[in-house]
Design a protein around this ligand. Structure first.
Ligand SMILES: [Zn+2]
Length: 439
């Protein structure tokens, strides 16, 4: 069957599933423990709910139930979509009907995905004026967070060839593809909307754009000094051996992946579930290529985690051990950072990383961090902890599975947002993004 015809068939099968047979999942048994996770404290009429989505579809897959609860309660609601999903090659190839896709066709996919989000959200009762598109590059958010930070050093999207938003409806016209611009946009939106509840991707989501979206929004909250004023909930979509890789017979996601975080559960009524699935049908470009993944989330439960910021003390021996590893083996059981401890040490940051396995030839371990000075998230820094390069001016020692490092830290920095990763020849495993604040 020609590619285009095959994709059409897949899409038709997918829509048929959503319309009919897929609803059978609504009757799936409850998870073994009915007491865990506890029910979510739902938004009330006094709430102002701001939802941050990295791509067009996350807002419904992860929060379509929450949106319906919030609107039914009379809460105010705003949805912010960071990218238009314009780097999704297989979706663009399906639309074009061929393998080679032009930059203009990737941008066309972005515009189409915006329309899909607006149609889906309209079905849930969200008007177009409650949706803000920032227009940043799909698959580029992490690079903008860790590298292309300054406005004069923007990231260039490989699919679209753009280094600033080409979309006329971007929140900031011609938004430069730079991390600082994202934080500034989010600060402006937060300051205007004054949310009481902020809903973000989970900091450990294995999709780089999702982890970075958490970091950007958290940076905006830090710069506004709102960390104690706004309740934050995190949703998870991508995690190995939980939602990925989806097999053809994988069932619905009806429980969080583990108890590392303080999860709570939102239950959808039958009519809310029907609304969620109807909204899901709007994402035709995604259903055609991601149906097995998407249908796992169009189910009667959605899960949200409270992820607290940690304190940055001055003693590494007294510092809490933070569970940093998030993914289990995927695609293979390579080494990764299991736990992390950090402390301020004069003008330095002292780090202790515990690995799950020794780092072999061809492996590397990096730390990515943003110093936090008063009301300001500073430009990113990157340090290679392994293999150790003496010229870097770092002090790193390796003892068994422990990597200990003394990193130079920005003057006046009282805190840090950081993550580490381990790369082997066949995979990359990033820790969650961790916020450590001092006094
Ligand atoms: Zn996404």
């Amino acid at each position: 069957m020609p590619r285009r015809g095959r994709h059409r068939l897949l899409l038709c099968l997918g829509l048929a599933w959503l319309a009919g047979g897929g609803l059978a999942w609504g009757a799936a048994p409850m998870p073994a423990s009915a007491l865990w996770p506890p029910p979510l404290a739902e938004p009330t009429a006094h709430d102002r709910v701001l939802i941050i989505a990295p791509h067009c579809d996350d807002e419904v897959l992860a929060t379509g139930g929450l949106i319906q609860h919030a609107l039914a309660a009379g809460a105010q609601l705003q949805v912010v979509i960071l990218t238009n999903g314009d780097g999704f090659r297989s979706a663009a190839q399906r639309l074009a009907g061929r393998k080679r896709v032009s930059p203009a066709e990737f941008i066309g996919l972005g515009l189409r995905r915006q329309r899909e989000s607006l149609a889906a959200l309209a079905l849930l009762g969200v008007s177009a004026r409650q949706v803000i598109f920032l227009g940043y590059p799909d698959a580029g958010l992490e690079r903008m967070w860790v590298e292309n930070w300054a406005l004069d050093h923007p990231y260039t999207s490989r699919p679209t060839g753009q280094h600033a938003s080409p979309y006329p409806n971007s929140f900031r016209r011609d938004a430069p593809y730079a991390g600082r611009a994202v934080v500034d946009d989010l600060k402006t939106i937060l300051a205007r909307f004054r949310p009481t509840l902020l809903v973000l991707p989970h900091p450990g989501d294995r999709h780089p754009d999702h982890g970075a979206a958490y970091a950007f929004a958290t940076a905006a909250v830090y710069e506004l000094g709102w960390q104690t004023q706004v309740r934050t909930l995190c949703y998870l979509l991508h995690k190995a051996a939980w939602s990925e890789p989806p097999g053809p017979h994988d069932g619905p996601i009806l429980a969080p992946p583990d108890r590392t975080d303080a999860w709570s559960a939102l239950s959808l009524t039958p009519s809310q579930l029907a609304g969620l699935r109807q909204a899901g049908r709007c994402y035709r470009t995604q259903l055609a290529v991601l149906l097995p993944f998407m249908r796992r989330f169009l189910v009667p439960k959605q899960f949200f985690a409270a992820v607290p910021w940690r304190e940055l003390g001055s003693s590494i021996s007294g510092a809490p051990s933070i569970t940093a590893a998030f993914d289990t083996a995927y695609p293979s059981a390579g080494p990764r950072v299991k736990t992390l401890r950090a402390a301020r040490d004069g003008a330095h940051l002292r780090l202790s990383l515990e690995l799950t396995a020794p780092l072999g030839t061809g492996s590397s371990c990096r730390v990515y961090l943003h110093p936090l000075t008063p009301a300001r998230v500073e430009a990113p820094q990157q340090f290679v902890l392994y293999p150790v390069r003496p010229a870097d001016g770092l002090r790193v020692t390796a003892k068994g599975l422990l990597l200990e490092a003394l990193l130079p830290c920005e003057k006046g920095a009282a805190g840090v947002i950081l993550a580490a990763d381990v790369r082997t020849p066949d995979q990359r495993a990033r820790t969650r993004w961790i916020v450590l604040v001092g006094h």
